[in-house]
Design a protein around this ligand. Structure first.
Ligand SMILES: [Zn+2]
Length: 282
């Protein structure tokens, strides 16, 4: 499968190292975007300031900025800011033996694993794609898919804040720098529509037949985004791969690990993985 590899060894190495840094940033995105949404919802459902308990606090004091840049990375347990030398991907985690430098609370192995996973995915993409703008496209899509898969796994939710930019970036790329030959704007638009409608119709058919909701609107938007990047012909392979992988994992969960069969498993991670495989291996 790797006989048709494009990437020179130095490109692959560079992509892998870049992947470690991007993975470190994705850890922040994966942790904070769901918290940002929770805060947003809490603010929207809170009483308006005039109804709230009288307070001298100005809105800016009451709601300090919280996004993927601010505040600086800190330990969720003791709130100590993380020093720059402790932010080196993987190495810092190993040097600290997976514990906070201030309070020694364990830091999940997931952080270095996301960094290593991103590095591997970036290296594989660099090995498979020609060294031009389409490689940047594919690395961008890879980063989004990792973040979306992990957030859906954690929260069963695919935020619009990620699916929609991924969709319009795909449409824009079809004009300026297509991910693959033949993905022109009309192909990208048709891909987005086909992606959205295919899962939308499966969802409504499933709901009519069983009265259950098998997936969410985030899944339609994610497949629309993948359609915009990869075109109409990618939709069927992605859905089949994701459905087969999802069913196998679901059955293993029920019969091997005794998982409750009525408890839904998020479909987003399977869609993301299938989309990445189709993008990378055709
Ligand atoms: Zn700490």
């Amino acid at each position: 499968m790797f006989t048709a590899a494009f990437g020179a060894p130095e490109t692959i190495l560079l992509a892998g190292l870049g992947g470690l840094l991007v993975g470190s940033f994705l850890n922040v995105v994966i942790r904070r975007v769901p918290l940002m949404l929770e805060r947003e919802w809490a603010l929207q459902s809170a009483p308006t300031p005039t109804e709230a308990i009288p307070s001298e606090a100005t809105p800016s004091e009451a709601t300090p900025p919280f996004n993927v840049i601010e505040p600086r990375s800190h330990c969720p347990h003791c709130l100590a800011p993380i020093r720059a030398r402790h932010l080196v991907p993987v190495i810092s985690w190993l040097a600290l033996r997976g514990r906070c430098a201030s309070c020694a609370t364990p830091i999940g192995a997931r952080y270095p694993l996301v960094e290593i996973g991103t590095a591997l995915a970036f290296a594989i993409v660099a090995a498979r794609l020609p060294f031009d703008l389409s490689l940047l496209d594919a690395l961008l899509v890879t980063g989004f898919l990792i973040a979306l898969a992990m957030i859906d796994f954690d929260t069963q939710y695919l935020p619009d804040q990620l699916t929609l930019p991924l969709l319009w970036l795909g449409l824009a790329a079809s004009v300026f720098a297509p991910l693959a030959p033949g993905i022109d704007p009309s192909q990208a638009i048709l891909g987005a529509i086909a992606g959205y409608l295919s899962l939308w119709s499966v969802y409504h058919a499933f709901r009519l037949l069983t009265g259950k909701e098998g997936m969410g609107y985030g899944d339609f938007k994610l497949l629309a985004a993948l359609g915009a990047w990869l075109g109409t012909q990618a939709i069927l392979p992605i859905v089949l791969l994701a459905a087969i992988a999802g069913s196998i994992v679901g059955l293993i969960g029920i019969f091997v690990f005794g998982r409750d069969r009525n408890q839904p498993i998020p479909f987003g991670p399977f869609l993301a993985a299938a989309g990445w495989l189709v993008m990378t291996f055709g």
